[in-house]
Design a protein around this ligand. Structure first.
Ligand code: NI
Ligand code: MN
Length: 227
């Protein structure tokens, strides 16, 4: 499984020969816009955690370039994009489905979810992705929540992708606890540095995870991680 960090909370996951883009927010991210070209993104699926602009902005533009791509998200978000001619697979919390790249389970995130135009975006989510290769948890935007303790019931994780930017989501100290709750040794941080309010001290973040005995990845934009 390859995971490329596209900036903010955007990821490109390659597994089982399929390409899944998570929460695309690239063209309006000043840190990513120069480094990541939408034209170069080949995508089979969108996996969307919630409706906030910093998670859905580039769905339509990427879909225009990849018209067969299918959006996986909650029912409300899938319905919203269906109005723009994007095919989707709606889910809700606690449900799992087997796709051709692997199994997705939609899990709770403690946050909010509305579109920029005010449309209700359903409840925010995280996802557990289990392919034949690896199992990962994509937390989405969330605070630390006791619900994370049920994640190990689904699978043994190879990687937990957790927000660490604070203010809108949990910060680094809570993310360390979250990695214990989901019972995962390997953590990748995301949702940091994009905006003034979520700028983090990189060295402090690394030290905090090291002290907790965790293997921590603080990815560069464009960096590809192979599990
Ligand atoms: Ni959000
Ligand atoms: Mn966000």
């Amino acid at each position: 499984m390859n995971i490329t960090f596209l900036g903010h909370a955007s990821l490109l996951i390659e597994t089982n020969g399929k390409r899944i883009i998570v929460d695309p927010f690239i063209t309006a991210n000043p840190l990513a816009a120069e480094k990541i070209s939408l034209q170069n993104l080949k995508v089979d699926y969108f996996l969307i955690t919630h409706a906030h602009q910093d998670h859905v902005l580039d769905v339509s533009a990427i879909h225009e370039l990849n018209p067969d791509a299918i959006i996986i998200s909650n029912f409300e978000i899938v319905t919203y994009f269906a109005n723009y001619g994007i095919n989707g697979h709606g889910m809700n919390h606690g449900g799992s489905w087997f796709f051709d790249f692997g199994k997705i389970t939609m899990v709770n995130a403690w946050h909010s979810s509305s579109f920029a135009d005010g449309t209700y975006g359903g409840n925010p989510a995280g996802y557990v992705l289990e392919s034949e290769e690896k199992s990962i948890y994509i937390a989405g935007d969330t605070g630390l929540t006791m619900d994370m303790k049920i994640i190990p019931l689904f699978t043994k994780l190879d990687l937990a992708i957790l927000p660490i930017g604070d203010n809108f989501t949990m910060g680094i100290d809570s993310a360390v606890v979250a990695s214990d709750y989901v019972d995962c040794q390997n953590v990748m941080g995301y949702h940091f540095d994009t905006f003034e309010l979520i700028k983090i001290d990189h060295e402090k973040a690394k030290k905090t995870f090291k002290k907790a005995g965790k293997d921590f990845i603080l990815p560069e934009i464009g960096e590809k991680i192979t599990l």
